[in-house]
Design a protein around this ligand. Structure first.
Ligand SMILES: Cc1cc2nc3c(=O)[nH]c(=O)nc-3n(C[C@H](O)[C@H](O)[C@H](O)COP(=O)(O)O)c2cc1C
Length: 367
């Protein structure tokens, strides 16, 4: 797909163009480089012995890999969603759709999301709505429509305070969000996933969420796509100097992904059935293995899937084959036959990540 030839219809298409053509990655890393596996030189395993299977939202998966929330709402994004959904179905991995807010005002865009369920009838599909819509609504009358639109297995509520603050048209009122999330949780019969969008989640916030009964948290920490960077480029294009300055200043704001996963995992201590999705800058099979080793149950990747989708269906398949192959090799090299064994393989945590955990009084020795 030649992105330069696609007419920009609205903000969602503009995001796709900016994310795929500009350098929108954070300058800071995920800090996963401060986690090292201890090499197992005698694993006593065959590559074919490695079993990546696991379960998510009551469905079995071929690997603990999720296609991250990105898009929908336009013709271009429908095409992207369809390609990603076909791959999700083929590889038996879940997919999160992008914000479905648009269907509330523009019902004609519904098909750009429902096409995902049509192409991926058997895998978990996660719906998506922003915290601002949840915080500012009285009865959530639109929620049923959003869930039914894709026959969602769970609903993600994305936390994106910083992005809303930078966007000239963004929401600025966030008070009462936690109570609203709790209210919404009691109204729907599918689980809620609370997800960040690139700034990470701390142990304090995770605890508040676990306390109101939230069972799924997607950390989306610093180290991958920076939404502030995306908004910087939007402001640059529209020549809004104040927002460019803001974007430059807050480009790397947040908690690195590795630190966030360990914090949220630490906060989950004492609760049952809590599941953590590690995301934000996960780019290969070693990243996925580390993410799981330090406390996540699944790893989600967004931008790499977008880039592959823009290249074509074959590129998505190649990318999934590649990361699954890398994950299998990492598991063999750590002597881990299953995801459960991987979660216990020896690691060493060093440098900034070690310092962070010490300062934050997070007992990483338990890992
Ligand atoms: C093009 C694009 C669109 C996105 N749109 C959404 C969205 O609508 N809702 C959401 O929760 N997150 C959205 N995200 C954030 C991702 O789900 C993810 O949290 C973030 O990009 C970090 O992951 P990455 O480094 O693998 O890209 C979007 C990301 C990209 C790249």
């Amino acid at each position: 797909m030649d992105i330069s030839k696609i007419p920009i219809q609205n903000r969602k298409d503009e995001h796709i163009v900016l994310v795929s053509t500009e350098n929108v990655e954070s300058h800071d890393s995920t800090w996963l480089e401060h986690v090292r596996f201890v090499h197992n030189t005698l694993p006593e395993l065959d590559l074919d012995d490695i079993n990546l299977s696991c379960e998510f939202l009551g469905k079995s998966l071929s690997a603990p890999i999720i296609i991250g929330a990105m898009t929908g709402g336009t013709e271009l994004t429908k095409k992207i969603n369809v390609s990603l959904a076909k791959a999700a179905q083929k590889y038996r991995i879940p997919m999160m759709v992008g914000s479905q807010r648009v269907i509330i005002r523009h019902p004609e865009t519904k098909e750009s999301f429902s096409a995902v369920r049509k192409c991926a009838p058997d895998v978990p599909i996660v719906g998506n709505i922003g915290m601002a819509q949840v915080a500012n609504s009285d009865k959530f009358e639109y929620i049923e429509e959003i869930i039914n639109n894709i026959n969602a297995n769970a609903l993600a509520i994305h936390l994106n305070v910083i992005q809303e603050l930078v966007q000239p048209e963004g929401d600025k009122a966030f008070s009462g969000t936690l109570d609203k999330i709790a209210e919404l949780k009691d109204q729907i019969d599918i689980p809620i996933v609370i997800k960040e969008t690139g700034c990470g989640i701390s142990k304090e916030i995770a605890k508040k969420l676990f306390n109101i009964g939230i069972k799924y948290i997607d950390v989306a920490g610093v180290g991958g796509t920076s939404w502030i960077a995306v908004e910087y480029y939007r402001a640059k294009k529209h020549d809004i100097k104040v927002n460019m300055d803001f974007g430059e200043l807050f480009w790397d704001w947040g908690i690195p992904t590795a630190a966030s996963i360990i914090e949220v995992n630490y906060a989950s201590n004492g609760y049952t059935d809590r599941k953590i999705i590690g995301s934000g800058g996960i780019r290969n099979g070693i990243d996925i293995a580390k993410t799981i080793r330090i406390g996540a149950d699944y790893a989600a990747l967004a931008r790499p899937f977008l880039m592959a989708a823009l290249e074509g269906q074959g590129s998505i398949d190649n990318f999934i084959d590649k990361i699954i192959g890398e994950l299998r090799i990492t598991m063999l090299l750590t002597g881990s036959k299953s995801i459960e064994e991987l979660k216990k393989s020896p690691i060493v945590i060093s440098s900034s990540l070690k310092g962070w955990l010490k300062e934050r009084k997070v007992d990483f020795k338990r890992l």
